[in-house]
Design a protein around this ligand. Structure first.
Ligand code: NDP
Length: 240
């Protein structure tokens, strides 16, 4: 039977590419989304991948959603914590809400999904968790104390949980993408984006599938010896 994989924020951008890559690998993929119904519907029509709507920052909703998916499709062996948001602003203008919301969804979402899926993986002796961090969690970024802190937290979370899962066949890894051509980056003003691209040695933005192929490797049987690692995929922008 195909292993069940949940991709949070799996209907758009990097998540969409991850959902497709895991499906291609023979996984039973279920893609989560937050509220963009139109995109989720079009995604299912195009790919045949089912979608489930919930807020990954909501602890109870995440536990209930994972339990529901397990009941319908079987035990959840693979979780990709990809859902993320930005609420940018320099610190002196950033609201407490913007701080909290980014921490709640980007970092809290990883905790919620791990709480829901990790115990079962541990019991069954096989599991794969991949958390999508960011170059800005490694290097920091002007105007993003909330996002950089949450993403940096993801990298610590990954290493800690990897230690807990190692003996039980559960690997936990992170990917730190650089600037990838998605809606999130489309929101960056053009002059700022030009300056960013000028700093990428490869000379272009990354593509969503370039992250997705790495996720497919990290969730494969072949990657059983890779745990607690952070794969930087950023066109050489930050060699870490
Ligand atoms: P997009 O903004 O294109 O897509 C975000 C996805 O996350 C959507 O499917 C959205 O659902 C979902 N989502 C947002 N909030 C929630 C929530 N509370 N609960 C469940 N789902 C949610 O993002 P990207 O594809 O650009 O980014 C994906 C990940 O990669 C993020 O974690 C981001 O921080 C990270 N990243 C991106 C980089 C980039 O350059 N693009 C660089 C480094 C890291 P809906 O469609 O319903 O809104």
């Amino acid at each position: 039977m195909a292993r069940v994989a949940i991709v949070t924020g799996g209907t758009r951008g990097i998540g969409e590419a991850i959902s497709l890559a895991l499906k291609e690998q023979g996984r039973q993929v279920v893609a989560n989304y937050a509220g963009n119904e139109e995109k989720a519907k079009a995604f299912t029509e195009a790919t045949g991948i089912p979608t489930v709507r919930w807020d990954v920052g909501d602890h109870e909703a995440s536990l209930a959603a994972v339990a529901g998916i397990a009941e319908q499709y079987g035990p959840v062996d693979i979780v990709i914590n990809n859902a993320g948001i930005t609420r940018d602003g320099v610190l002196h203008r950033m609201s407490y809400d913007d701080w909290n919301e980014v921490m709640r969804i980007n970092l809290g979402g990883c905790f919620n999904m791990a709480k829901a899926a990790f115990p079962g993986m541990r019991e069954r002796g096989w599991g794969r968790i991949v958390n999508i961090g960011s170059i800005n969690g490694q290097a920091g970024q002007y105007g993003q104390v909330n996002y950089a802190a949450a993403k940096s937290g993801i990298h610590g979370f990954t290493k800690a949980l990897a230690q807990e899962g190692a003996k039980y066949g559960v690997t936990v890894n992170a990917i730190a993408p650089g600037y990838i051509d998605t809606d999130m980056v489309a929101a960056v003003p053009a002059p700022v984006l030009e300056k960013i691209i000028a700093k990428i040695p490869v000379g272009r933005l990354g593509k969503a599938y370039e992250i997705a192929r790495a996720v497919a490797f990290l969730t494969s049987d072949d990657a059983g010896f890779v745990t607690g690692s952070t794969m930087s995929i950023n066109g050489g922008q930050h060699m870490y």
